[in-house]
Write a protein that binds this ligand. Structure first.
Ligand SMILES: C[S@@+](CC[C@H](N)C(=O)[O-])C[C@H]1O[C@@H](n2cnc3c(N)ncnc32)[C@H](O)[C@@H]1O
Length: 228
């Protein structure tokens, strides 16, 4: 439910020939293994040995070949090679690294015309979530401050901030989707116990994903962009 909108856009963009995919900060491989199942060649780069061990287990169980490489944003080019990727995934990572550095390294490993799939936390939804939980000072700080105010969750972005960062890094054809507009607001019991509710919620998320007026309400933004 939480990734349906991201998958829709990614699968449509990657239909056709198998691609060379690099999943930066791919963690335990939720996306990587599914892309490998679809026939793409996938390398996961992550600093966490525990995450890479889980990825290896997951890939083995699915009888798939997914490379797990220990590394981080700063040494991405050394780890995978310049111009070696058709597609780079960077999901849930830009929040905890220097975004300008990350986009520069991603741009270097993508071949010209290659695709970036980016998922980032969206700031306005974060402000509301914190306020609703009674963390008013934290909400107030996050309102104007794009830098991390919470070491656990890291930086949050607005849609214009992300598109500006991508333009500055030389990316073009930027498409932004709203992810998890409702999913985090609905009580889990309602979705779990009401027959048909989960499918109807996914349908609703899909219906608003490409409506710009819903971007400030989304927990996350999914962005597809092309390396110029
Ligand atoms: C929130 S998880 C996201 C995992 C996966 N991309 C997903 O969408 O399910 C963040 C991941 O970023 C990785 N990470 C943290 N610092 C990093 C860095 N400097 N460079 C690359 N990855 C990093 C973490 O180890 C973790 O696997």
């Amino acid at each position: 439910m939480r990734t349906a909108v991201v998958w829709d856009a990614l699968e449509a963009a990657l239909s056709g020939a198998p691609r060379e995919v690099v999943d930066l900060g791919g963690g335990t491989g939720g996306f990587a293994v599914r892309l490998a199942e679809s026939g793409h060649r996938v390398r996961v780069v992550d600093p966490s040995p525990d995450a890479l061990a889980s990825l290896a287990r997951r890939a083995r169980e699915a009888d798939l070949d997914v490379s797990g490489l220990q590394g981080d944003v700063a040494d991405l080019v050394d780890v995978v090679g310049a111009g070696s990727a058709d597609v780079v995934l960077c999901h849930g990572v830009l929040e905890v690294v220097d975004p300008t550095l990350a986009l520069d390294r991603i741009s270097q490993v993508l071949r010209p015309g290659g695709l970036l799939s980016l998922v980032v936390g969206q700031r306005h939804a974060s402000v509301i979530t914190r306020a609703m939980a009674g963390h008013f000072q934290l909400a107030r700080t996050l309102l104007d401050d794009p830098a991390p105010v919470d070491a656990r969750t890291g930086r949050r972005f607005t849609a214009p901030e992300v598109t500006d960062l991508l333009a500055a890094a030389g990316f073009t054809d930027v498409a932004v989707h709203a992810v998890r507009v409702f999913a985090d607001l609905v009580p889990a019991a309602l979705v779990d116990h009401e027959p048909g509710a989960a499918a109807a919620l996914v349908d609703l998320e899909r219906a608003v994903a490409q409506r710009p007026e819903y971007l400030p309400l989304a927990t996350q933004l999914h962005v597809l962009a092309t390396r110029g």
